[in-house]
Design a protein around this ligand. Structure first.
Ligand SMILES: [Fe+2]
Length: 403
């Protein structure tokens, strides 16, 4: 993210001697994306950032992926998912492919281990709860409705001040604002639904003393996603200052200004971030279409090139009553199969001026597999709710879908 920030004690000239009050040199580290060819920051450490004294296997939770075959729309009830209480180790895999993994965890109030994701950026949506995320760049506060963006390879830990429902979107790439909202030099443009004032990065250094500190590292090998526990000779939170355009930050959905139209606007107007082969959108409370003959709910749409994942996080879902979709639900509408509202929902939406709803959407360009966590809380009746009957016959309720 090309938005310069400077925190703490940095020397006036990069790559020059920078010393503590006793005259000891700090150790300069460049964290840079795409080799040395994209956004980066320079960090000044008290200790040597590469000094490890041990490295051993960290067994990740079950990363099994099951193909969506036979092809079906799916409804996964995340509030029924039992998880352990650790924000990092107890994430259960809900959906995933080779570009992104979506998990879910309900934390307690104990801090997570120190952790970094060496595969890609993390975009963690905070469904409920609050606390802090301590990082080598400083501390972020988080609250419900935040996206917490943690760049790849950033050592951090979660410190919930209350139990928190977290929805980690783990990329195999970087996560950034949509390119079309950025100037050629990276500033958010006037037509963007948010701006730099809405992005909250660390504001001061965060220093911790310590020796032989464990850090869990998630990384990739030819065997897939794996974990390693590395032990550092000195505490990784030893950065006295840093500057640059690469750092963690938060963005809250309340600061997203929805773009509305005279007739129905397609999901790209709700986009907030993008990664490689996927996008993140949020559907938020807003005035809806104001043409005198407008149909506020969407037309049927066939996602020719993408799978669509809606996570329903707030608002009034009376219109979906009986469909099984509710707060904490995920719907997966896969590519190659049309979806949309039932005719009765279309009629019911006519004349409506405001939608009171919040949902976070991930659209992927490659098909998503089901994780073990997703399979554990699937509502098997969902696929048949448009027709009102499935292979077993019987009645099924109407479905009202706003995406
Ligand atoms: Fe949709």
């Amino acid at each position: 993210m090309a938005y310069y920030r400077a925190v703490g004690d940095v020397p006036p000239k990069r790559h020059t001697q920078h010393r503590d009050p006793e005259g000891r040199l700090y150790y300069e580290e460049l964290m840079g994306e795409e080799g040395f060819s994209s956004d980066s920051s320079l960090l000044y450490h008290r200790g040597v950032p590469s000094a490890i004294v041990a490295s051993e296997v960290w067994e990740l939770p079950d990363q099994t992926r099951t193909p969506n075959h036979p092809l079906q729309p799916r409804h996964l009830k995340l509030h029924d998912l039992e998880t352990g209480a650790d924000a990092v180790r107890d994430r259960r895999l809900v959906l995933g492919n080779n570009d992104v993994r979506i998990g879910y965890v309900v934390t307690g109030t104990d801090p997570s281990p120190y952790y970094r994701n060496a595969i890609g950026d993390e975009c963690v949506y905070v469904e409920t709860g609050s606390g802090t995320v301590e990082t080598v760049f400083g501390v972020l506060s988080y609250r419900a409705g935040d996206y917490v963006i943690v760049p790849r390879a950033t050592t951090h830990r979660w410190v919930p001040s209350e139990p928190s429902r977290l929805y980690p979107i783990e990329a195999n790439s970087h996560v950034a604002p949509p390119k079309r909202y950025l100037s050629r030099y990276g500033q958010l443009l006037e037509h963007a639904p948010y701006c730099e004032r809405d992005l909250h990065g660390p504001s001061e250094p965060f220093l911790v003393e310590g020796a032989d500190v464990e850090v869990l590292v998630k990384h990739r090998t030819s065997a897939g996603v794996v974990g390693t526990r590395m032990v550092y000779a000195t505490h990784p939170f030893d950065v006295v200052g840093w500057d640059g355009c690469l750092y963690p930050y938060t963005f809250n959905i309340d600061d997203y200004m929805p773009i509305t139209g005279k007739v129905h606007q397609p999901p790209p107007v709700h986009q907030v971030f993008e990664g490689h082969n996927f996008v993140v959108c949020n559907f938020l409370p807003r005035k809806v279409d104001y043409h005198e003959l407008a149909i506020p709910v969407p037309y049927y749409h066939s996602n020719v090139d993408s799978d669509e994942v809606m996570f329903y996080v707030g608002g009034d879902y009376e219109a979906r009553k009986g469909s099984g979709i509710g707060l904490g639900s995920i719907s997966l509408h896969p590519g190659g199969h049309a979806h949309g509202p039932q005719p009765s929902a279309i009629e019911a939406s006519l004349g409506v001026e405001y939608f009171e709803e919040s949902a976070v959407m991930v659209d992927t360009f490659a098909p998503l597999d089901l994780g073990e966590g997703g399979l554990a809380v699937e509502d098997p009746a969902y696929a048949w709710t448009w027709a009102g009957r499935g292979p077993d016959g019987g009645d099924s309720p109407a479905v009202f879908s706003n995406s």
